[in-house]
Design a protein around this ligand. Structure first.
Ligand SMILES: Cc1cc2nc3c(=O)[nH]c(=O)nc-3n(C[C@H](O)[C@H](O)[C@H](O)COP(=O)(O)OP(=O)(O)OC[C@H]3O[C@@H](n4cnc5c(N)ncnc54)[C@H](O)[C@@H]3O)c2cc1C
Length: 499
């Protein structure tokens, strides 16, 4: 019999369903902790994810646990919140239900108010096959796969060099996309090659590794403005990163990438480890919502929402964060956090019959990108900050937003190891981290094919029982026939030839 837990959720309380346990989902749920509502947070991972630090997991600075604490643990003391694992596959705005799936198990969750905070995925601009050879950086799986590919490339280069082979393609790392993620990733791979690994290998000189940052745009960090873009580029070059701008990636395969320049020139870079940090595509749930409300989607799949973040004709449904297209708001954590808190407050106001706070207003707290240890750029309003000061601001801000005291302390220790020393505490990689994604993608229904669906297991067992029973009956009949015919026993010559 299945064990059941007493729940503090009651049948007649207002039901808020929140889709996603990222920045929007988590902060929206927490905002409702004192409200007279039952909150169900449905997310396809069991953890909350601090995406801005994924690149540090990929380059061995932090462990995945530090940036991805269990949502259930974070919300364990919030009695009005229940956490449900599942990938939402349908939202029925008329029936007020959300349908989620996990490994063949389907759950329908009814709601009175809904907050959709399902974020965005990687966009390969219509070339999804690039993903096989150049993983993006959106999830813990991505970061661990990239960690395996980056450290694995150095390992393979060492073997190749020992055998006298050319290993240039193994020691060339290409990062596509010169936004904050691409810049941070390129900077960290360069530090890895030049500072961390150079004493660890015997046949290769890791300091000769090439780290190349490619973008179709004419500058790095376009949202930070020209001056900070130039500063960031020169800092990257000081680190030994080659920055190639105005180059559109036209092909990616196992051994390299091909780029086309504005003057028509086509160049190929031989590289095994490639990282895709260009382009985002809003969650496909936006399309479901668009089809039911007529709210248009932009090219990145983001849905146009009302100024109060609700959907046309559905004041009970809020969409927040990376999924929305409103007033050119950027896809950053603060848009999701502030939007989700706003939506939660609106729900609470309605229940208390208080007036609405009016349209959602985003307060821009600024942007920053770390280039390497002690080097960062920050844009706060019109103020530009660079160098050590920007880096210290980055450090303080990230410490505040990392969830949980334990994670903050261990992250601080790992930063000390990597930034004051030259080590990386999290260099463990496995073959499965690198190859499991490709293997799973070959299964028709992904991981669902590895476990039996409920019902399918019972059906399979019943079939097995029937077959076994038939076999037993057949054997019993044969035994009876042999006994009746006096044919029992095995002839001596036949028995001695066995084995
Ligand atoms: C590598 C990287 C670096 C970044 N760096 C910065 C930075 O430095 N500063 C900054 O401000 N922003 C940064 N961002 C952007 C920032 O992380 C996002 O803007 C923010 O996470 C958006 O929050 P969200 O709640 O909309 O979505 P997310 O935080 O992405 O959360 C989406 C949630 O929905 C869940 N989900 C998705 N689909 C489903 C489904 N079908 N069913 C159930 N659950 C689902 C996901 O598992 C996840 O829990 C970065 C992003 C990335 C990827």
């Amino acid at each position: 019999m299945a064990a059941t837990q007493p729940t503090t959720q009651t049948a007649d309380r207002h039901r808020v369903v929140i889709i996603g346990s990222g920045f929007g989902g988590l902060f929206g749920t927490k905002q409702l902790r004192r409200s007279d509502v039952d909150v169900t947070i449905v997310a396809k991972t069991t953890h909350h994810l601090f995406q801005p630090l994924l690149y540090q997991v990929a380059t061995g600075i932090l462990s995945q646990g530090e940036i991805a604490p269990p949502t259930r643990e974070i919300l364990s003391s919030q009695k009005n919140a229940q956490v449900l694992l599942g990938e939402v596959t349908d939202i029925d705005l008329d029936a007020h239900t959300v349908t989620s799936q996990v490994l063949g198990r389907s759950t329908v969750t009814p709601y009175d108010s809904l907050i959709v905070a399902a974020g965005a995925g990687q966009s390969y601009f219509g070339n999804d096959h690039f993903a096989e050879f150049a993983p993006g950086m959106k999830s813990i799986d991505d970061a661990l796969e990239l960690r395996g590919r980056i450290f694995g490339a150095f390992e393979m280069a060492e073997i190749g060099a020992t055998r006298g082979e050319n290993v240039d393609h193994l020691l060339t790392f290409v990062v596509v996309g010169a936004g904050p993620t691409g810049v941070e990733m390129a900077g960290q791979i360069a530090e890895l090659a030049h500072r961390t690994l150079h004493k660890d290998f015997r046949s290769i000189n890791t300091r000769q590794a090439r780290v190349i940052l490619v973008d179709a745009a004419p500058q790095v960090l376009p949202p930070f403005g020209e001056k900070l873009g130039i500063k960031a580029k020169s800092e990257l070059e000081k680190l030994g990163v080659e920055v190639i701008l105005g180059a559109m990636v036209t092909d990616v395969d196992e051994r390299g990438i091909e780029m086309k320049f504005k003057d028509g020139r086509v160049e190929r870079i031989e590289s095994v480890a490639k990282i895709w940090a260009a382009g985002v595509q809003a969650n496909p749930l936006g399309r479901t919502l668009s089809e039911q409300t007529g709210a248009p989607l932009d090219r990145a799949g983001r849905i146009a929402v009302n100024p109060d973040l609700t959907l046309p004709g559905h004041p009970e449904v809020f969409v927040v964060g990376d999924m929305i297209n409103l007033d050119h708001l950027p896809g950053v954590a603060q848009v999701a956090i502030q939007g989700a808190k706003y939506a939660a407050k609106e729900i609470d106001n309605r229940l208390k019959s208080k007036p609405s706070a009016g349209p959602f207003h985003y307060f821009d707290k600024g942007s920053m990108a770390i280039i390497s240890r002690f080097r960062a750029v920050a844009l706060i309003g019109k103020l530009r900050v660079t160098g050590v000061l920007a880096w210290l601001m980055w450090l303080a801000l990230h410490l505040i937003y990392i969830t949980g005291f334990k994670s903050r302390v261990t992250a601080l220790l790992h930063w000390a190891v990597s930034f004051i020393g030259r080590g990386r505490s999290e260099r463990t990689t496995t073959e499965q981290q690198i190859f499991a994604r490709s293997a799973l993608s070959r299964l028709k229904r992904g991981a669902t094919d590895l476990v039996s669906d409920p019902g399918a297991y019972d059906a399979a067992r019943a079939m097995l029982e029937t077959t076994r029973r038939a076999e037993l009956e057949e054997r019993a009949l044969e035994e009876a026939r042999l006994t009746d015919a006096g044919e029992r026993g095995v002839p001596v010559e036949q028995a001695s030839s066995v084995g």
